[in-house]
Design a protein around this ligand. Sequence first.
Ligand code: M6R
Length: 590
Amino acid sequence: MCGIFAYLGPQNNASEIAITGLKKLEYRGYDSWGVAALDREEIAYYKKVGKISAYSTGDHAFNPSHLAIGHSRWATHGGITEANAHPHFNSAKSIAIVHNGIIENYAKIKADLETRGYHFVSETDSETIAHLIDSHLPTHTLEEAIKLTMSELEGRYAILVIKKDEQKIIAARRGSPLIVGIGKQEFYIASDIPAFLEHTNQVNYLDDDQMVVIDHRGPQYFDLRTNSPVEKRLITIDWLASTAEKGKYPHFMIKEIMEQQETIRRAVEQDNDEIQKIASAIENAYGTYLVGCGTAGKVCLAATYLFSRIAQRHVNFAVGSEFSSLQHFIKDRSLMIAVSQSGETADTLEAIRAAKTKGAKTLAIINVKGSTMDRESDFSIHLKAGPEQAVASTKATTSQLAILTLLAYACTGQLAEGKRLLLETQSQITDMLNPRYEDHIRSLADLLAEVESIYIIGKGVNYAMALESAIKLQEISYIHAEGFAAGELKHGPLALITTDTPVIALISNDETRQDILNNCQEVKARGAYVIGVASENNPVFDFWIKVPDAGISQGLVNIIPIQLLAYHLGLLRKNDPDMPRNLAKSVTVK
Ligand code: M6R
């Protein structure tokens, strides 16, 4: 949530470089944006309400500068106004800061500062940071003032600071991601790698309670708790810059849906020994607990069905934000599997840390190499899906499902068979995702564009996918959508069905099929318009979305047409599919 970016280097258009970088982070926040740059010993700044993508190079005349910081906001404290947009300043405007996260004790600090004569111009928690640094400056260097400030802040944050007469950028983090990009005599800092990938793929990750000071000589890292220097390992990111661009597609969402023509293959091309080692950890664990938020949480729920069926193994599942209330059952021999695209989601990360505190082992199934979960977990499996930039998770979802399916097979000593089946699924998906298929889904979107509600039903793994379908439809179409276990309808939700209520049924060709077809008859008898996602047509369907018969991977395959439906509904309803209202890609606040 919120994207932050900094540039320091020989190029003299630092503000424009910062804006270009921020545009690539827009999925993290798009309420308002701003940049601040050192301009002949002064700090020049520019702020705007709205999306940074609306800005074109040259819209504002920036003075030459070699150093700039910027921010794209997802509002937490204070409305969406220019005053609340970052950067924020001390009263003399000699210090500029941008901040991602929440300062939990800001109200108290603000009150203290106000009694000491500090004047606030925004409603944000972030402005507190600028004044607090200022309050320490008369008797301290900038570095010392920032260290003192950090020691007083509670909560989760990543901040960037510049000061008017110092040619350096200082960044610090606790909880929110910050990555330093190392170019040729030029340096970048960003919340996520795609922001500077066109300039460099050499990175250092800042860990919690660390600070970096970057001047023309390069970065110097410090541990804020011990006040000592820290050495960093240079990591090479193996994403191509082009993978972070839309290419021929109008939106990242459709690009990422289409990339599923090859991402399953990449996901299953894992090192056999590694997968087998992790499968042994699952087998030997005293309870395995899957944790994820949002879509990743639905994937975890799906995994409970996959492990039960494939490996005859019980694995537990908890929603990331609920885990703290459930953690009491974790033992030192437990295994936690955290599922996350970004590897940065605050609630999932907190669950990993809680599990580690209890001595449990942790496995992260993540897409972003080097992310906090990757670094903090005992084991990691990378999705290798390439950057996912649309807020709606699509290709990461199916890659996560593929990896969990693979692990379930590995637990039964059938890793090769699991790989073979998933590669078959990959070729089925590749065939399915053709322009005619998209047209068919578009025609359904035309029918549903004005409806009030859509219900999705499923059984077994398709129940988890019905919940995931609801998330996709909610976030992209803004239509009220809800997923149900099909068998639960008659225990309450059936009362919601009236004439022409759309009900989407996700169907597998297994023992659940007849039950769910019966449920379709029940809703149809009450007037529902039944949309079947199935490998075979059935008279009960008013509209049939054909999917390949994918056996154990049916849940993975069934979600893909719903992703397409959500995308086309979003377009028809004039929503921005990449940046749904009120949401942000990486939820690094609690
Ligand atoms: O990066 P993560 O996978 O941990 O993100 C978890 C959720 O925030 C994410 O899946 C969210 O629900 C998506 N917007 C769903 O499309």
